[in-house]
Design a protein around this ligand. Structure first.
Ligand SMILES: NC(=O)c1ccc[n+]([C@@H]2O[C@H](COP(=O)([O-])OP(=O)(O)OC[C@H]3O[C@@H](n4cnc5c(N)ncnc54)[C@H](OP(=O)(O)O)[C@@H]3O)[C@@H](O)[C@H]2O)c1
Length: 333
């Protein structure tokens, strides 16, 4: 396992981040704790969670593991705020009030007195960004949060927020969490270049596209019953796009490269993200110990340039306007 600095900070994280949304959703407490041990033994030190995951259960299970093992000082914990935690008018969003309430709730569940990276889970169009990021800055000053992060921003939102933080001398966003995988490559158009230019770390969520890139789904067969698609989980919310022929073509190439290299499709899909230099760490999920073992096998080796090119080609999506226009004329200069 290698370790990488998060953006322009001095914080070092493992090149794989373990997403803990499955803690309390598919993985019970005992399995979750076994997986956390296993990840640490494999060299991982970086966990991602959120206040809203499984009504707080993801944080509670992770916090139980931290307390039982005494591993807090060995790991980096990222959590988030934004999505509803109740039906009340102030139980959602990125207001100062909700952020202040939710950091305390997260710290309680996690059994810690600080979070390493506190992330806005999504853009909140209803709250002034000044209110949100001044509140985030105040949490850094109060010692409850070490670094500010964000998730699900557009490139324009990313630039606006960090210019605002710079103008005001506030702690800026050091780490962005977008969805990015062989099936979701739109961050390459602008988001990843913006993060590169501004020295913002990138941690990519759903690098296995929720399991689609593990090779377990087949064109003409029903999904395995113990899979997200087979269970009809709320999370498989993009079936139309995922069952497109273009998706199966990506999966075909993944399988072929996996067979040639003696790796699994999941390892190939994760290694593809790992080799994208703009990415600090993919945030993978695992529901079982054997899935985790499989995913840990994505590090310690590299896809060849030719294999990367095959994967890049088959997963390429046509550039929309104005990116296609800009690219055409930039290349001519
Ligand atoms: N910021 C955001 O808005 C956002 C959104 C989503 C996720 N996230 C973060 O990203 C993390 C990962 O998301 P994700 O769980 O969607 O990631 P993922 O790695 O794309 O998918 C993980 C799922 O794929 C299946 N799987 C994983 N490894 C496998 C293997 N080796 N073989 C077969 N199946 C395998 C499992 O589902 P089944 O076995 O049940 O099919 C597992 O739960 C989350 O925990 C969370 O921390 C953030």
């Amino acid at each position: 396992m290698d370790y990488r600095f998060v953006g322009g900070t001095g914080l070092k994280v493992s090149q794989l981040c373990m997403g803990t949304q499955t803690f309390g959703w598919g993985a019970d407490e005992a399995t979750s704790h076994t997986m956390a041990d296993q990840f640490l033994e494999g060299g991982g030190n970086f966990f991602d969670t959120a206040n809203s995951y499984n009504q707080g259960l993801s944080e509670t299970i992770l916090g139980g593991w931290l307390k039982r093992t005494g591993n807090r000082s060995k790991v980096v914990i990222a959590t988030k705020v934004f999505f509803p935690v109740g039906d009340g008018p102030n139980e959602t969003g990125l207001s100062r009030r909700h952020i202040f309430e939710q950091i305390d709730a997260s710290l309680r569940r996690l059994n810690t007195d600080y979070v390493d990276i506190y992330q806005t889970h999504c853009w909140d169009a209803s709250t002034p960004i000044e209110e949100t990021f001044q509140a985030m800055n105040d949490l850094v000053r109060a010692g409850k949060v070490r670094y500010v992060g964000a998730s699900n921003f557009t490139p324009g939102q990313m630039v606006r927020v960090n210019m605002l933080c710079k103008q005001n001398g506030w702690a800026r966003v050091q780490c962005l969490q977008p969805e990015y995988s062989l099936l979701i490559r739109s961050p390459e158009w602008e988001l990843l270049p913006v993060c590169r230019e501004d020295g913002v770390g990138v941690i990519a969520w759903s690098p296995l596209a929720g399991g689609w890139l593990t090779g377990k789904y087949h064109r003409d067969q029903p999904p395995p019953s113990d899979s997200r698609v087979g269970r009809g989980d709320r999370w498989d919310d993009l079936p139309d796009q995922r069952v497109a022929e273009s998706t199966w073509q990506v999966i075909d190439v993944l399988r072929a490269i996996a067979q040639e290299r003696g790796k699994t499709p999941a390892q190939i899909a994760l290694n593809w993200v790992l080799q994208k230099s703009d990415v600090t760490a993919p945030i993978f999920g695992a529901r079982t110990s054997s899935q985790l073992a499989d995913n840990l096998g994505a590090v310690g080796w590299s896809l060849s340039a030719d294999e990367m090119e095959q994967l890049d080609q088959v997963s390429r999506i046509p550039l929309p306007s104005p990116y296609n226009f800009v690219e055409r004329y930039t290349r001519r200069r």
